[in-house]
Design a protein around this ligand. Structure first.
Ligand SMILES: Nc1ncnc2c1ncn2[C@@H]1O[C@H](COP(=O)(O)OP(=O)(O)O)[C@@H](O)[C@H]1O
Ligand SMILES: O=C(CO)[C@@H](O)[C@H](O)COP(=O)(O)O
Length: 510
């Protein structure tokens, strides 16, 4: 039998899956790693933790499934996007990577927009400077750690570093490279002009690939560590959003995906390169060769729910442990007991600052409208409603740009909840579907590997392997009721922006 391995290097864990040549997932294994927050608003990880987690995950997956390394015909990578891995001459890591959710670079974004010119930056890259992107992190290193900056010879994204350790080859796919702010997204090549204006050497930037291109072969030492066979082809793969979209079949126009991971993303496929007015949405290369996509990104979607679980659900955590249940399922069933609109309570999900539609590291969260009747069910429901209103903001921008979306495919941890899927359908007024593969980005990475090795189109494989298994229709009455709450939600950021900034300055935060 022939198998393909998909690896998703996430923010909280690396997930490894094996897929057979009919597209069936035969096993998965995840290994968690820590995230460091040395200052408020900063987020870093050690690339060595990613490497150790990946080696451990691959070995455990092979053991668990009984598949031998020789039976794995190809490997594909998905990865958390934008993180900066700085390597020296000997390809050694210089310092921990700054992650996608790190907010320290507001000043560097302003510098980039003035050095390149705001309009020119948009014209050259299809995007504006945002704190999560990679180029501002490079400028930050130059300004704050010049001794480290002097040693840099290569710049990689998280999954590309792990691929380097597996294959010895430097490389990056265009989907992930789009989030560096150094890619000419329209023409799928590095932007020499942007690199020169920012004084970032072109020699630091690795060769570019489409997601299903073979970018290297497994080294003998990596083979003996993981149990895979030396010489196994490894495709370039993609950023986790492009892989997640491929993993649920968002490979043609009209279908959008909503990813409910730590971040929350609304994603649409574009056959041709398109930019949104004022670059409010990200315009990136897709993982489908020669195609593009646009997306809006919330920084703390599932992340807000996780925060709620960590700090305010001790009782539910204990119950989940005692009864062998999922704590999020317990929490969503509590939320379900509160009425739509949470009796006049609105949650603002800007716990990590925000990206779309409010690119503001100093945005903050809140519960607005609290009264003495409100208890845990109301607050939990308001939290899920607030996150979903935030996602609707991105969908609004997509719809305003003239795209008609007829179906939403959900993926990520939050997609497990039928209650949340129905809420999304009701708030968006669009049917929400789930597909047979529940492994999102890792599954997309396995499809990319199969495509590269078998020489079949990614789109054709998606059509063959991915089927819709569940469909939730919007309830027209609920949609109308939510609309009134959504309009209030939309007004709150503007009303509170100055207060958010005062509070974050007072607390000395990013
Ligand atoms: N059963 C569930 N119901 C609702 N939300 C859930 C459930 N399980 C997980 N989640 C949400 O999904 C998030 C994790 O999603 P995941 O896609 O694994 O994230 P990441 O890849 O960013 O680590 C959790 O933080 C939580 O908010
Ligand atoms: O910054 C982005 C996309 O632009 C994030 O999507 C990260 O790529 C990681 O997100 P999670 O998968 O951990 O939610």
């Amino acid at each position: 039998m022939t198998y393909f391995m998909g690896l998703d290097l996430g923010t909280s864990a690396v997930k490894c899956i094996l897929v057979d040549d009919t597209g069936r997932v035969i096993g998965s294994h995840s290994v968690e790693y820590p995230l460091q927050q040395p200052h408020p608003g900063w987020a870093e990880q050690h690339p060595e933790d990613w490497w150790n987690g990946t080696v451990q995950g691959i070995r455990a997956l092979l053991d668990k499934t009984g598949v031998s390394g020789e039976e794995v015909a190809g490997i594909g990578f998905s990865g958390q996007m934008h993180g900066s891995v700085f390597l020296d001459e000997a390809q050694q890591v210089i310092r921990p990577a700054l992650l996608w959710c790190d907010q320290r670079t507001a000043e560097q974004c302003a510098y980039i927009e003035s050095a390149v010119g705001k309009e020119e930056l948009g014209r050259l890259t299809g995007n504006k400077a945002l704190t999560g992107f990679t180029a501002p992190k490079v400028v930050w290193l130059r300004q704050h750690e010049p001794e480290n900056y002097e040693r840099v010879r290569h710049l990689l994204l998280p999954k590309d570093y792990v691929r380097l350790r597996l294959t010895g080859a430097l490389g990056m796919d265009m989907a992930d490279a789009s989030g560096t702010l150094l890619l000419d997204v329209a023409n799928r090549r590095w932007s020499q002009t942007v690199a020169e204006r920012l004084d970032i050497p072109m020699a630091w930037l690795p060769p570019l690939y489409e997601s299903n291109d073979v970018a290297g072969h497994l080294l003998p030492e990596a083979a003996s560590l993981t149990g895979l066979a030396a010489g196994t082809p490894v495709v370039a793969g993609g950023g986790d959003q492009a892989c997640g979209a491929v993993g649920v079949g968002v490979v043609r126009q009209g279908i959008a995906s909503v990813a409910l991971g730590t971040s929350g993303v609304v994603f649409v496929h574009d056959d041709a390169y398109q930019v949104d007015e004022a670059y409010r949405l990200h315009s990136f290369c897709h993982g489908v060769p020669g195609k593009w996509h646009r997306m809006g990104v919330m920084l703390a979607a599932g992340g807000s729910f996780q925060w709620w679980r960590n700090h305010f659900a001790h009782e539910e955590l204990a119950r989940a442990q005692a009864e062998g249940k999922d704590v999020y399922e317990i929490l969503t069933s509590i939320a379900e007991t509160a009425p739509l609109g949470s009796e006049g309570l609105i949650f603002l999900p800007y716990l990590s600052g925000e990206r779309t539609p409010h690119p503001d590291p100093k945005a903050r969260g809140g519960f607005i409208g609290l009264n003495l009747r409100h208890g845990k069910p109301h607050l939990t429901r308001a939290l899920l409603e607030g996150i979903t209103f935030g996602l609707r903001d991105s969908m609004q921008l997509i719809q305003e740009s003239g795209i008609e979306v007829t179906e939403l495919r959900v993926n990520g941890g939050g997609a497990r909840s039928l209650f949340w899927r129905q809420m999304i359908a009701d708030i968006f007024g669009i049917p929400v579907v789930t597909v047979n593969s529940t492994d999102g980005p890792a599954y997309g990475a396995a499809i990319m590997a199969a495509s590269g090795v078998l020489g079949e189109d990614i789109t054709a494989l998606c059509e063959k392997w991915i089927q819709v298994v569940d469909r939730v229709e919007p309830n027209a009455d609920n949609h109308q009721k939510y609309e009134a709450y959504y309009q209030i939600y939309r007004s709150l950021y503007g009303t509170l922006q100055a207060t958010f900034h005062q509070l974050s300055d007072l607390a000395g935060q990013a």
